[in-house]
Design a protein around this ligand. Structure first.
Ligand code: IMP
Ligand code: MG
Length: 179
């Protein structure tokens, strides 16, 4: 696994500090509201598990699975919902938690989708943001770090299902994904 890594962008301590910071912001912004935190699987799994433990107020965790890149490295632009929410979000404050936003297609679609379910408000939270990849303008309420237009793995984020268990965020060597 190590041999495929190009550069470590964020180490474990840097990630932990950022997650704590975002958690505190969310806690302060939504104290007293009925929060539903929606993780987009599988990528947001690890970020979300760490994040909710830094939000010290009552909340519900729910998850969605949407179609992703598969083994390719660029978004197809088509969003398919493979697993929908279990909970009713009508009148609730929803925070969508994502691992990384690139084109913005996935999250702008999901935000619209959840607004149509009559959520009181839908906020977006992503650990990583690739501003250079954006084709669909989108307002992100909570961003961990901006990253360059390179292929990123670790801390839940995969390439062809691998590297999710890397405890750091790193770039992958080009030869690994341009084969
Ligand atoms: P988009 O914003 O609709 O283009 O898609 C975002 C999704 O693409 C994320 O949830 C990731 O699953 C995936 N993605 C985007 N960039 C990367 C990357 O650098 N590494 C791994 N997955 C990525
Ligand atoms: Mg994803």
């Amino acid at each position: 696994m190590k041999n495929d890594i190009d550069k470590v962008l964020f180490d474990e301590l840097t990630l932990a500090n950022k997650v704590k910071e975002i958690g505190a912001l969310i806690e302060q912004d939504f104290k007293g509201k009925e929060l539903v935190v929606v993780g987009i699987l599988k990528g947001a799994n690890i970020f979300m598990s760490d994040l909710v433990r830094k939000i010290n107020c009552p909340l519900i965790m729910d998850f969605m699975v949407v179609s992703s890149y598969g083994a390719a490295t660029k978004s197809s632009g088509v969003v398919k919902i493979l697993k929908d929410l279990d909970s009713d979000i009508k009148g609730k404050t929803v925070i969508i938690v994502e691992d990384i936003i690139d084109t913005g297609l996935t999250l702008s679609y999901l935000k619209e989708y959840l607004i149509n379910r009559e959520a009181a408000e839908v906020k977006l939270c992503t650990l990583l943001n690739k501003p250079s990849g954006r084709t669909k303008p989108i307002h992100i309420d909570y961003v961990g770090f901006d990253v360059p237009d390179e292929f990123i793995v670790g801390y839940g984020i995969d390439y062809a299902e691998k590297y999710r268990n890397l405890p750091v965020i790193a770039t992958l060597k080009r030869e690994v994904y341009e084969k």
